[in-house]
Design a protein around this ligand. Structure first.
Ligand code: SAM
Length: 324
């Protein structure tokens, strides 16, 4: 699919639930609205939507949420996607809490790789950022993912001024030592980050993060790790891991954006920063594939040229719906 700006759209971010077992300070409030269960797409409806998306040119799919590993039967969905859709790269983003338990079965079901969110290596700070998360469970999950061969295992770290900036080098070394790829992400003005007032005070531009790391680690430009994303990668001599930076605000990559999003309730969203979408739910429930196909093309056609955050730093988009 080619959008109105000439960008080829081949990457689908598929949210399978808007629920989460954490409430990170920049992502969702503890009392987040969740869609009624009957509004969620069933596994069969998800596979039907993804199969049509693949027929239209999507070949990379990332399963996300909310927290995708809280959706019951998630490995079954992965197996169904593998059997029903020609996906070249099937990945999943998780907070890692249930990964130690599920990594093996996710791999056996056909998942290629995982990204795990990790914003701190201090158990107390981790608990504060995630509002209750247990760091030990996430670290065990990362290890289990590596053992299961969900490679490359990538870590996503939101770099935040005054929150975790003093341990970014430690986080980088944690990844470098273990052969993991860590990506430092700029705080974005979405969801709870705005509501909690974290934005803009905690926004730490990537060039600053890069300088901070480069002062302690000699960063050498590297090939991109397998994936589809906007990260720029570096390595450090003598370490098996890699470091990436994702800078949606200070180094925007909208001109190369290749993605579209499908929410758990079946809404197609062409851009993370805009909450307008087109609902596939009814046509999927009626088995009306012609309409589903048209809606995909329509959504891609209306994809904005950019996130627009530089123009107005306000947004009301609830991150839980966005499938990060
Ligand atoms: N629960 C899964 C996880 O933890 O990866 C998937 C969903 S989560 C919304 C996806 C990613 O979005 C996480 O890595 C999270 O750190 C990131 N994220 C959420 N809110 C953000 C914000 N305001 N700015 C930057 N990244 C954000």
């Amino acid at each position: 699919m080619i959008d109105g700006q000439g960008r080829t759209i081949r990457y689908l971010r598929l949210s399978v639930t808007d629920r989460c077992n954490l409430s990170c300070v920049y992502c969702r409030s503890a009392a987040c609205n969740e869609a009624p269960r009957e509004d969620l797409l069933s596994f069969e409806e998800i596979v039907q939507a993804v199969r049509i998306a693949c027929e239209l040119g999507i070949d990379r799919v990332r399963i996300t949420g909310g927290e995708p590993l809280v959706r019951r039967g998630i490995s079954g969905l992965i197996r169904m996607l593998r059997e029903g859709c020609p996906i070249a790269d099937l990945s999943l983003s998780t907070n890692g809490l249930r990964l130690a338990e599920l990594a093996g079965e996710l791999k056996r079901a056909g998942l290629d790789r995982v990204n795990v969110s990790l914003d701190s290596l201090s158990p107390d700070r981790f608990r504060r950022i995630t509002r209750g998360g247990d760091l030990g469970e996430v670290l065990a999950g990362i290890e289990a993912a590596q053992e299961a061969g969900l490679a490359p295992v990538k870590l996503n770290t939101v770099a935040m001024r005054g929150i975790n900036d003093e341990e970014l080098v430690e986080l980088a070394l944690f990844a470098l030592d273990r052969g993991l790829t860590i990506r430092f992400i700029e705080l974005m003005p979405v969801g709870e980050a705005v509501a909690s007032g974290l934005w803009p005070a905690a926004h730490l531009p990537v060039p600053e993060v890069r300088r901070l790391l480069a002062a302690e680690l000699p960063l050498l430009p590297a090939e991109a790790a397998p994936g589809n994303g906007p990260a720029r990668y570096f390595r450090v001599e003598g370490y098996p891991g890699a470091i990436g930076f994702i800078a949606p605000l200070s180094e925007p990559f909208c001109a190369d954006c290749n993605r579209i999003r499908l929410t758990a309730a079946g809404e197609l969203r062409p851009c993370l920063a805009h909450d307008h979408g087109l609902s596939l739910r009814e046509p999927l429930r009626k088995g009306n594939e012609v309409t589903v196909r048209k809606l995909f093309l329509q959504a891609v056609n209306t994809k904005p040229s950019g996130h627009g955050w530089g123009e107005s730093q306000e947004t009301t988009t609830p991150m839980a719906d966005l499938g990060g």
